[in-house]
Ligand binder design. Sequence first.
Ligand code: MN
Length: 189
Amino acid sequence: MLSVVSVCDPNPMQRPMNNHGVTHRWRKQRLRMKRAESLWLAMHPDDPPLSPIRGIARVMSRVGNYQKLIDLVPSPMNGICLCQGNFTLMTDDLPSVIRHFGEQKKIHFLHIRDVQGKPEKFEEAFHDDGHTDLVECLRAYRDIGFDGVCRPDHYPKMGDEGFNDEHGIARVFAVGYLKGLREAVYAER
Ligand SMILES: [Mn+2]
C-alpha cells in the first residue's frame, strides 16, 4: 500500500545537524520506521524558498540540496514533494528539474501550482497565469511516466472578503484546466 506523508522535525534547532543542515540520524531512523510501515517520505520545499528567513537558516530552498537529500540516505522511500510553486522560484527551467528527479523515481508527491514574482515577493497565480511553462511541465511528467499522487495545491484569492466560495471556484477551475491540459499533452503521442 502506498501512502504519502509530510514529516517535519518538531524541534530541529535542538538536534545535531550535518553539513547539509539535515538531521541525518533522525532521518535514517524515520526511514527505517517508514519502510516497515510501507510509507513513502516526500520532502516539501521551504515556502518561500528563502534562507535565512527571520534569522533561521533553511536548507530545502535550492534544487541542488534536493539531490543531496536523496543521496544522503539511499532508499526508495526517500523522495521529494515537488511543489511547483516553490521549485519554479528556484530555477528558470522547471521541466528539466522534473525530468532530473522523475527519471530517478524520486517525485513521491506533486503539487501543481504557479506563482508570479520572485522568492522575496511573489503572488499565487491561477494555473494558466503564472510564469511556469505548464505545458512543458506536463510533457515532462508524461515522459518520465509519473503515476503518483498530485493536487492543484494553492489558489489565488477571488472576490472580496464576503465571497465565501473563493477557493472552491478557483479549485474547480484548476482541476478542469489541469485535466484538459493533461489530455492535450497525452494526445500528442
Ligand atoms: Mn506545496
